[in-house]
Design a protein around this ligand. Structure first.
Ligand SMILES: [Zn+2]
Length: 213
């Protein structure tokens, strides 16, 4: 459906995917975020919770519009205005990336199939049953510099976390190549934080990610 300029649209959301959906449909809209504490609002049933959240967001945005003069401007212009607020909640704890297990920190970092393929590409064996708190106790394999190994592991986990967020919040399925490339870029950046005579370690990380591509 083509966008209609007769209707003024306000998207009351900070969600990137909702913004993208409306833009792709050709709509022009004003973006306002409610900035409410969603954890304050609780309902037993998910279907009631999303409605309560959407209402709370709309109320907060109307208040903002009164304060910033937008409300007066709309009333004066007599434009028909539609405000869209929405929310989504999960009624299960399953991993949204693979739906194969509950989404625990350990699952995201070691158990999710993407994470498994990531570590395998780097020839790093992760214990199947391990808490993320045990990461710093792991011994480095011979092909990874032993110095700053826990930093290296954090850098890897950071990539897995970013990839997971891209799937969930942007509907973007980054490939292993993309994630390894991003890891290589981040190695360069993170290397700048190492003492100057240890910077060569980040170069080893770069080549490790490169050889896994
Ligand atoms: Zn998973």
């Amino acid at each position: 459906m083509a966008a209609s300029s007769a209707l003024r649209l306000i998207l009351g959301s900070s969600s990137a995917s909702r913004r993208q959906i409306l833009s792709e449909m050709g709509y022009k809209f004003t973006l306002l975020s409610a900035d409410i504490d969603e954890k304050e609002i609780r309902k037993e049933k998910p279907e009631e919770l999303v409605v309560a959240l959407a209402h709370a967001k709309a109320d907060a945005i109307l208040e903002k519009m009164k304060n910033n003069g937008m409300m007066k401007e709309i009333v004066d212009s007599q434009e028909t205005t539609l405000m869209i607020t929405a929310d989504q909640v999960l009624d299960h704890a399953k991993c949204e990336v693979c739906s194969g297990a509950d989404e625990t920190a350990a699952h995201i970092m070691f158990g999710c199939p993407f994470a498994t393929s990531f570590w395998a590409a780097l020839h790093i064996t992760m214990p199947r049953e391990m808490a993320t708190t045990q990461l710093c106790d792991l011994r480095p394999p011979s092909h990874v510099p032993p110095q700053y190994y826990s930093t290296f592991l954090l850098l890897c986990c950071w990539q897995l976390w970013k990839r997971r967020n891209n799937v969930i919040f942007r509907s973007q399925q980054d490939t292993l190549q993309t994630v390894l490339r991003s890891a290589r870029e981040d190695s360069r950046l993170w290397g700048c934080r190492l003492p100057i005579d240890h910077r060569h370690i980040s170069l080893s990380w770069c080549s490790l990610f490169e050889s896994a591509m």
